[in-house]
Design a protein around this ligand. Structure first.
Ligand code: MN
Length: 226
């Protein structure tokens, strides 16, 4: 397959959505923003998935040597998807890269590399099983995340070296790691449902704790409300 270019998605996301009763459609990087808008007009909600580091100039920073490779076509497409979702008030569930690109789309910034930029930070990019619970998260009572999982203190997996730095206007933090890294947020914009988490609930499909499926269930419930 020399020279073939491919679009890939971890199938755990598909399984999570199907387990929640939803029908996933995978959106590849597209060559124009109107196409992204057309996609959003035909779906009920948007799941922003994990992936490459967002290109730092998109949030006004020069690229750090510690920043990983970016995917400009994907950045462009996801920014267009988010803009279209905001206009149409389509719900967004955002995971890992999801909260990062969402925050950038709305005017926020990122840490390009937690270990080199945040003194005393925990290890958020643990080796080992993708489902391993490696740090605590404290969740704001009454937040969408707390309602979805039925708890305010969680033990989560962590597979990221970037995170939200300055949160964009229109968002509020609802989950924090003990080192102060933002692990979850939601929207303060009337009528626009957003649930964003820095950990990976899609890797917990087989866990014995039902709360691990709670975020996808809450997304499905919100979509069912229309
Ligand atoms: Mn983490």
């Amino acid at each position: 397959m020399f020279g073939a270019h491919r679009v890939r998605l971890n199938s755990a996301y598909v399984k999570s959505l199907e387990l929640a009763g939803l029908v996933p459609l995978v959106v590849p990087p597209l060559s124009n923003d109107d196409a992204a808008r057309a996609v959003v007009s035909r779906v009920e909600g948007v799941l922003l998935t994990g992936g490459e580091d967002v290109d730092p100039p998109l949030y006004g920073q020069a690229r750090s040597p510690q920043c990983g490779p970016s995917n400009p076509a994907r950045d462009r497409t996801e920014l267009a998807l988010i803009r279209a979702a905001r206009e149409a008030r389509k719900p967004i569930l955002a995971i890992c890269r999801g909260p990062q690109v969402l925050n950038v789309a709305l005017g926020g910034t990122l840490y390009q590399d937690i270990p080199s930029e945040v003194q005393g930070a925990l290890d958020h990019d643990a080796d080992g099983e993708r489902s391993a619970r490696v740090h605590r998260v404290d969740v704001e009572p009454d937040s969408l995340i707390a309602q979805a999982v039925g708890a305010t203190r969680l033990q989560v997996n962590s597979l990221h070296h970037q995170s939200v730095r300055d949160l964009a206007p229109g968002l509020k933090v609802t989950a924090l790691a003990p080192d102060g890294i933002i692990e979850g947020f939601e929207s303060t914009t009337e009528g626009w449902w957003i649930m964003a988490v820095q950990w990976h609930p899609e890797e917990m499909n087989d866990s014995p704790e039902p709360w691990d499926r709670g975020l996808f269930r809450a997304f499905a419930d919100r979509l069912a409300q229309g």
